[in-house]
Design a protein around this ligand. Structure first.
Ligand code: GAP
Length: 443
């Protein structure tokens, strides 16, 4: 296994239609990316896997899709208007801009090399502001949400009164968030427009520590078992006193070993009753929860699991990428995605595109599409077609040959081991499902 560089991943993403720079024909827009045909499949698969895990597999978690634009008061209450900022400095010589906490202010400028040229740090709010309505005055200012969490807090009472959830329960949401990041290097790791998968778990005070530990364990298990990320490339980082948000009781990041080193993938936070207390104060509405059984009233504590969906895409690509030396001296680039998230689950290839093999293969592809995202490919030598599927991470290739026409069997080729097996086309979907269920990287 070889550890890829970020450049390896960027170029594969472009070549195979995973991710492109936004507005490329106009020179590109920093911090914004477009997901191509393979990228959108991969991203949606990760999103759906997370959504299933949260809302199908836990009977006390419901979903929400809140709007991106929210009343400005929300962000005053949450503290984002006054506190959500990064310290920024400029190099007076070359005008490059940096986050003051990411460079040595007494050292040389990382771009032009001049020393002692930085401006004094000044705080820069990361929220994108715009206006609602035709008047561009301060009364019409609204922000693009910098996190999806606040939509959950402001809707929690509506969810409680309109559904049957009872504490302890969770509300899950996936959606776009926006941050005017000062530095947007490292591809999609840190972008201005990104997606988050957040779940806020509402629990009774004094049970928060227990739920915090529960969710920490669940989230790590999800990455290893459902997404197939090797355990040794994941680790916990507990926030020290200098990192902990002032309202948080405890916070851990799940870090992944990205090509540029260990970096945050997801945060699990014990946010106490801070958020709901703030919204109760700023909105003047009663945000307490009533336990009907004993008439007890309290503001729930919240344990948050907050993952970047687009950052998960970068993890999936980095974790899957490999260049292998083959026995014949050739190299193959392969993405070892877990079949749960692979953009294409199965490719159907006729050995040759004549004598009815193409017709049979097309027929099989269309029937497999009932259950999986399947692709048909008839162009080029079979070996080249396998390589292309390896490069987009398709775990299973099915080849239709002359024998298929006689006995309805096909060759199933496994991406990781490149081993081939003869299998029947009867119950083909179930056969593939059982391979997916028992998948282990390398097989
Ligand atoms: N509601 C809590 C919250 O938003 P955060 O640590 O600021 O916490 C959570 O963000 C996750 O969102 C991060 O772990 C990361 O995966 C993702 N994320 C944050 N900023 C991002 C950015 N600029 N680009 C891509 N992903 C980002």
């Amino acid at each position: 296994m070889s550890q890829p560089t970020l450049d390896n991943i960027v170029s594969l993403c472009r070549r195979r239609g995973f991710i492109f720079q936004s507005s490329e024909i106009y020179g590109g827009l920093n911090g914004a990316y477009d997901y191509g045909p393979m990228g959108v499949l991969l991203k949606n698969n990760i999103r759906d896997l997370w959504w299933r895990e949260m809302t199908f597999m836990h009977d006390n978690i419901v979903g929400l899709d809140a709007s991106i634009l929210m009343a400005s008061k929300v962000w005053e209450a949450s503290g984002h208007v006054s506190n959500f900022s990064d310290p920024m400095v400029d190099c007076k010589q070359c005008k490059s801009r940096f986050r003051a906490d990411q460079i040595d202010l007494n050292g040389a400028c990382p771009v032009c090399g001049n020393k002692g040229t930085f401006t004094a740090p000044r705080n820069f709010n990361l929220m994108f502001a715009t206006h609602i309505g035709p008047d561009m005055d301060s009364a019409s200012v609204v922000y693009l949400r910098p996190e999806t969490a606040q939509g959950i807090y402001t809707e929690y009472k509506n969810v409680v009164s309109s559904s049957r959830v009872k504490i302890p329960f969770g509300i899950a949401q996936v959606g776009k968030s926006f941050r005017n990041e000062i530095t947007t290097k490292n591809f999609i790791f840190r972008s201005c427009e990104f997606e988050q998968m957040e779940m806020q778990f509402f629990c009774k005070p004094n049970t928060d520590e227990k739920w915090f530990e529960f969710w920490r364990a669940e989230r790590m298990k999800f990455y290893i078992e459902k997404m197939g990320i090797p355990a040794e490339t994941l680790r916990w980082h507990r926030h020290g006193a200098d990192e902990l948000a002032f309202y948080a009781k405890d916070a851990y990041d799940i870090q992944f070993l990205f090509p540029m080193g260990w970096q945050e993938l997801e945060g699990v936070h014990n946010r106490t009753d801070y958020d709901l207390t703030q919204h109760q104060k700023f909105s003047g509405k009663d945000l307490t929860y009533l336990e009907a059984e004993n008439n007890e009233r309290y503001i729930p504590y919240i344990v948050e699991t907050s993952a970047g969906l687009t950052r998960n895409v970068l993890m999936a690509l980095s974790s899957a990428y490999d260049v292998e030396k083959l026995e014949d001296g050739e190299e193959r680039t392969v993405l070892h995605f877990h079949p749960n998230i692979a953009p294409v689950t199965v490719a159907v290839l006729p050995l040759v595109k004549k004598d009815g093999l193409d017709v049979k293969a097309k027929e099989l592809e269309m029937s497999l599409r009932e259950d999986f995202y399947a692709e048909y490919d008839q162009s080029g030598a079979i070996g080249r077609r396998y390589r292309r599927q390896d490069e987009i991470g398709t775990p299973y290739c099915i080849t239709v040959d002359y024998r298929t026409l006689e006995d309805n069997t096909v060759t199933l080729r496994f991406r990781d081991s490149m081993k081939q097996e003869r299998i029947s086309t009867t119950n083909l979907s179930s056969t593939i499902k059982s391979f997916i269920k028992n998948y282990k990287r390398g097989q």
